[in-house]
Design a protein around this ligand. Structure first.
Ligand code: FUB
Length: 348
């Protein structure tokens, strides 16, 4: 089947059961779905099932550039499965760009949360001025359809929201991404369009730009505080520097808690690692600990980590199906830890 047919089929189908084994007899990890291209999987356990909130990659024929113009996605499909390795269901379109009144283009990596009997879908999209903001949409069903709020979350900017609810019930949004994710443009507090990638030449020995964290209000629709820096430090307590490109934050934040420790994980973007850092507070500072996953096929790397039935899993993507950076496919594999809680590095 050609690429075009694959994508068209995906956009027309709803509630599609898809063969969902994740590991071939050879040991090779297989894409979770092949009827559509998917990326940036945020996985959660809701109602005893795994729900995956991915980006829905499409061929929009936009030339590749450093701002990620070729990632020109227009809707979200939610996937679910009862067991890891079981059948994967594609629930069809859960939210469409055309139904978000303030949106311009590019629906990027989403996340979801559940509170007060409501499911929340958080999504980054450029507004009509081409500035990334983060929106929220609600549903009574984890698979949607989701109804968007009329405006973006006030004080939100940049991309890749990841919402973590702590064991005490407090929820936090981690977000941000440099280069095409525009985080650097907010460095001074107001939007400065001239900063294209990061802080630029001459800033390599300064602390790297940080992801942001903000506690969510009880209704999960706004921030209850101004976003703060997610500080990354090395084992000596020094800030990770902008020039330390194998360790500095780029995009794709995720948070999980293991044995009372907060694990902040992220992508290093142009060096293509998934890394993690640990703290005893959800606000950090987080001490860099190592690489979770070495580079995958394709430019971007993006993940989530979730516990399900007593095991930990990492959901991630690569570009195995298409061989093209902007047409990705999500995968899952078990995440292994050492006795001290450190994460074993995966070579995909
Ligand atoms: O999918 C578009 C962007 O690519 C995401 O927002 C980033 O994390 C990267 O995966």
């Amino acid at each position: 089947m050609s690429t075009t047919k694959l994508v068209m089929a995906g956009s027309l189908l709803a509630l599609v059961p898809v063969t969902g084994f994740c590991q071939a007899p050879s040991g090779k990890i297989k894409p979770l779905v092949t009827n559509i291209y998917t990326a940036d999987p945020s996985a959660h356990v809701f109602d005893g099932k795994i729900y995956i909130y991915p980006s829905h990659d499409i061929e929009a024929n936009v030339p590749q550039d450093d701002e990620g113009g070729h990632f020109n996605m227009r809707d979200y499909h939610i996937l679910s499965m009862d067991v890891i390795g079981g059948k994967v269901t594609d629930h069809g379109v859960a939210l469409d760009l055309k139904d978000i009144p303030w949106a311009g283009r590019q629906l990027w990596a989403p996340d979801a949360a559940f509170k007060n009997g409501t499911y929340y879908l958080y999504f980054p999209v450029k507004d009509k001025s081409d500035v990334f903001r983060i929106g929220v949409a609600t549903s009574k069903n984890p698979a949607g359809p989701f109804k968007p709020q009329p405006a973006p979350i006030p004080n939100s900017y940049s991309i890749d929201p990841a919402v973590f609810t702590d064991t005490d019930g407090k929820s936090y949004m981690y977000f941000g991404g440099i280069w095409g994710g525009q985080l650097q443009r907010w460095h001074t507090g107001t939007y400065n369009k001239s900063l294209m990638t990061d802080l630029g030449k001459g800033h390599e020995t300064e602390p790297a730009l940080s992801a942001k964290v903000a506690r969510m209000s009880d209704d999960m629709l706004t921030f209850s505080e101004s976003p703060k820096d997610v500080k990354l430090i090395d084992e000596k307590g020094n800030a990770i520097l902008a020039g330390d490109v194998d360790r500095r934050f780029f995009e794709g934040a995720w948070m999980h808690k293991f044995k009372d420790q907060y694990y902040f994980s992220y992508s290093t973007g142009d060096t293509h690692f998934l890394c993690y850092a640990v703290s005893d507070s959800p606000y950090g500072p987080f001490t860099y600990k190592g690489v979770i996953m070495k580079p995958v096929t394709g430019w971007t790397t993006h993940h989530s980590i979730v516990e399900f039935k007593g095991k930990w899993y990492i959901f991630y993507h690569d570009a195995e199906l298409s061989g093209k950076t902007h047409l990705r496919n999500v995968k899952v594999r078990e995440l292994m830890r050492n006795a001290d809680g450190s994460i074993q590095t995966i070579t995909p």
